[in-house]
Design a binder for this molecule. Structure first.
Ligand code: PEP
Ligand code: MG
Length: 370
């Protein structure tokens, strides 16, 4: 779909942490999911009001409903205008504590949202979107061009690119992944990369080559053990040797991991000694810690994102990072939860990476903290 023409999503199935919802948040458009309706009965050209705040959709609104919606849109535009005054301001508390406020993106095309909302860097580039919606693997050259463009656009600001997280809810035909009973617990992300290193090597070559053009950090998803990190480094070393032998220049990007499995959180003291940084993926960390499938709309009532187990794990991971002089951030959706911002700052998190539409709201919240 042409993203510029999509004003809202209303879906029958889905859950708040599904990638559909995350994409809608990135585009700053209202999205209602799990709406009981019969799409067959809605004909093309039907007018509808979608209120993402109230979680309400009205088909064929009457004049009162339409004018109420127009008034709400104007109010929101005024609020957004006020927030725009925070562009080019620092993300710092009143007492001077600085937090790096970065944006999450899925495509080169999302860079416009990043610049428009004055993100201080990119904290999560979901590179798997380069693999989705096509018939075969993106070549090294295609990937290199995309990464280079993001890095050059961001200048000296940090750009954290996550290696591809295919699998689970992000299926691609040409990967020929076998059907699985429990795909979220299945063959995905780094597990594919470590067992099919030829796919991984192509992406790493593109990343290391692109790292000459800006401030790149590479991040590995779905880590559960120190051994996985060591296996990654072996492949990285081989890739660097290969590039050197071919006289192809490459940089020296930071390398970090996502903390999105309870295993990684619990052994974060050991992992901190292996990597340059941690970025906590609260979407998956929540699903795995609470045993709540993030795709299952029937479980929304059981998905307490503020569960003390999650908050304790975030604190533990941050403390363990700092113990070894590393930095820790959050790139899952919880990073943009304004009711937790104060707690995150108190825990000592160094970075929050949120959807571009949330950047100025989080900055506002942080600037109002003592
Ligand atoms: C996460 O799990 O929190 C995360 C940021 O990764 P994704 O949502 O793409 O799985
Ligand atoms: Mg994840």
């Amino acid at each position: 779909m042409d993203k510029d023409k999509v004003l809202a999503f209303v879906t029958v199935h889905g859950s708040t942490n599904s990638h559909t919802a995350i994409l809608a948040r990135m585009m700053n458009i209202p999205a209602l999911i799990g709406v009981p309706m019969d799409p067959e009965k809605i004909t093309n050209g039907t007018m509808a009001v979608v209120d993402g705040f109230a979680g309400e959709v009205i088909f064929n609104p009457d004049e009162t409903e339409s004018s109420r919606a127009r008034k709400r849109i104007r109010e929101e535009q005024e609020k957004a205008e006020l927030l725009r005054q925070l562009k080019n301001k620092e993300t710092v508390t009143k007492s001077g504590r600085k937090v790096h406020l970065y944006a999450n993106i899925g495509n080169v095309g999302d860079l416009g949202y990043v610049l428009e909302n004055d993100a201080e860097g990119i904290g999560l580039f979901r590179s798997e979107f380069l693999y989705l919606g096509r018939d075969n693997f993106p070549t090294e050259e295609e990937q290199f061009t995309a990464y280079k463009q993001v890095l050059q656009t961001m200048g000296n600001k940090k750009v954290i690119i996550r290696t591809m997280d295919i699998g689970a809810d992000k299926k691609v035909d040409y990967f020929h992944l076998a059907p699985e009973e429990n795909p979220a617990l299945g063959y995905r992300a780094i597990r594919i990369c470590l067992t099919q290193p030829e796919i991984f090597r192509t992406q790493l070559r593109a990343l290391f080559r692109a790292s000459c053009y800006g401030n790149l950090a590479i991040m590995y998803p779905m880590i559960t053990s120190v051994e996985e990190v060591q296996k990654i480094y072996k492949i990285v070393d081989a890739v660097k040797k290969e590039l050197a032998a071919e006289d192809i220049p490459y940089g020296n990007p930071e390398q970090g991991i996502m903390i999105e499995t309870p295993a990684a959180a619990v052994i974060s003291d050991e992992l901190a000694q292996q990597v340059d940084f941690f970025s906590i993926g609260t979407n998956d960390l929540t699903q795995y810690t609470l045993a709540v499938d993030r795709q299952n709309d029937k479980l929304d009532a059981f998905c307490n994102t503020h569960h003390p187990a999650i908050l304790r794990l975030i604190r533990l991971v941050t403390e363990n990072a700092h113990k070894y002089g590393k930095w820790a951030g959050i790139c899952g959706e919880l990073g943009a939860d304004l009711t937790l911002t104060e707690e995150f700052v108190k825990m000592g998190l160094d970075e929050l990476s949120v959807s571009p539409s949330m950047i100025l709201k989080v900055r506002d919240r942080i600037r109002n903290l003592d």
